[in-house]
Design a protein around this ligand. Structure first.
Ligand SMILES: *Cc1c(COP(=O)(O)O)cnc(C)c1O
Ligand SMILES: [Zn+2]
Length: 409
């Protein structure tokens, strides 16, 4: 392999060697991984990619490792499901769901970023990995650290869903609950990362984390038959996924693997934590931080690390952004479940109901090929639905008993 040249500042362009570093010393801009695209173009073809196993590493030349991956070898290549029933319900022509609610091993798209970051942390010689998390990232760091025989230190807000907490604890990490929001957790983790030798996947080795998300975009393009969709709706927390999915399409275009990219990117947040969508709707270049109050905890980041770039991608691509209430997002969870048989978490509910809202506003074109990013699994956020359905009848195992309740089912 060896297509990674180093790091480069997204703002001033200053270059750095490959190291565990994420902020530019000159301008404090974020650092990105720089690849040798001329060399990649000579080797990477559709045929080569198609000949490889169905996981995110089939695009390994475009991922930030020097050697082969050491954890998360089965991550990715999740279904791109054509959602005919949901499309009909919404009055759309061609609708797909990129379904990372069934990603391996912890049922969210975070397995992609963590597989990339933990493999990189191993290359750098770290013994411990960590994260500041809204839930899914903690699950994934704990799982992939276990697979990689590394120590995991995961930090989460104290009030996360029970399913998210247990789904970290089962892997045996060092887990700390913080009195505060994700943004408070993140601030503390930055201080810990400065002082102790821990690879915080979304802080000090963030450039290598973010690029794992590109695989989500590469897969969409490949699974559509080697083209970028016309519209994509993405849930936004830190704004990494939305920027990296767009980057992925653009890189495939640069490499000649797909034709010209005309994709409009649409951002989705919960109204109770909507710094990015609020900025887009008001025409601001940058966001104002918020204090989160929503049940969509996995995307409740009030001060998003890449928020500025998320807004930029939405505007430059000609897309738009919207947010929905907690009640609307629950309706979204129920709608996708009842039409497509997919149980997604609160973030997925946000995407579905934002899509509905954008269609009503005329911002999304119902006739254009659209992909919704379904990024997490509903079994982990059952609190959102508890008490929302009538109790099922309980009967003795007798035919007469069944016949008594049959008509009311
Ligand atoms: C983290 C997360 C997101 C958003 O990711 P960012 O890259 O931080 O914007 C979306 N959906 C789910 C389920 C997540 O866990
Ligand atoms: Zn810089």
């Amino acid at each position: 392999m060896g297509y990674v040249l180093g790091l480069r500042c997204k703002e001033c362009g200053k270059e750095y060697p490959k190291e565990p570093k994420h902020v530019c010393e000159l301008c404090f801009g974020p650092l990105e991984v720089k690849y040798d695209f001329d060399a990649i173009k000579k080797v990477l073809t559709r045929e080569l990619i198609e000949s490889r196993k169905p996981n995110m590493w089939r695009y390994k030349e475009l991922l930030p490792l020097d050697g082969e991956p050491t954890v998360g070898l089965d991550v990715g290549y999740t279904p791109l499901h054509e959602a005919k029933n949901l499309a009909k319900k919404l009055g759309m022509k061609k609708l797909y769901l990129k379904n990372d609610s069934v990603n391996h091993p912890t049922f969210s798209f975070k397995d992609r970023v963590v597989a990339s970051a933990v493999s990189k942390a191993k290359e750098f010689g770290f013994d411990a990995v960590g994260c500041a998390s809204t839930g899914n990232l903690a699950n994934s760091v704990a799982a992939l650290a276990a697979e990689g025989n590394m120590e995991a230190q995961v930090f989460i807000p104290f009030d996360l869903e029970a399913g998210k907490v247990i789904a970290s604890q089962v892997f045996g990490p060092k887990l700390v609950k913080i009195y505060g929001s994700y943004d408070d957790v993140n601030r503390l983790c930055s201080e810990i990362a400065d002082k102790y030798k821990v690879a915080f996947v979304n802080i000090n080795i963030r450039p290598y984390y973010g690029d794992g998300s590109k695989s989500y975009g590469y897969e969409i393009a490949e699974q559509l038959g080697w083209r970028a969709p016309e519209q994509v709706v993405v849930p936004i927390a830190g704004s990494s996924l939305i920027t990296k999915v767009y980057t992925a399409f653009k890189e495939f275009e640069t490499l000649g693997l797909i034709g010209k990219v005309n994709t409009k990117m649409f951002g989705a947040q919960a109204t109770g934590c909507s710094p990015v969508t609020t900025a887009v709707k008001n025409g601001w270049d940058n966001f104002k931080p918020q204090k989160p109050t929503t049940i969509a905890k996995s995307i409740a980041i009030g001060n998003p690390a890449d928020g500025y770039y998320g807004i930029k991608v939405i505007n430059e691509s000609g897309g738009w952004a919207e947010d929905v209430t907690d009640k609307e997002l629950v309706d979204g969870i129920n709608l996708i479940a009842s039409t497509e048989g997919i149980f997604t978490e609160t973030a997925g509910g946000v995407v579905v109901s934002v899509t509905q809202k954008l269609l009503e506003q005329g911002k999304l074109d119902p006739d254009k090929e659209t992909v919704l990013c379904i990024t997490g699994n509903g079994l982990k956020t059952q609190e959102a639905l508890v008490g929302r359905y009538p109790d099922a009848p309980e009967i003795y195992p007798k035919l007469e008993e069944y016949e008594k309740v049959k008509a009311d089912l």
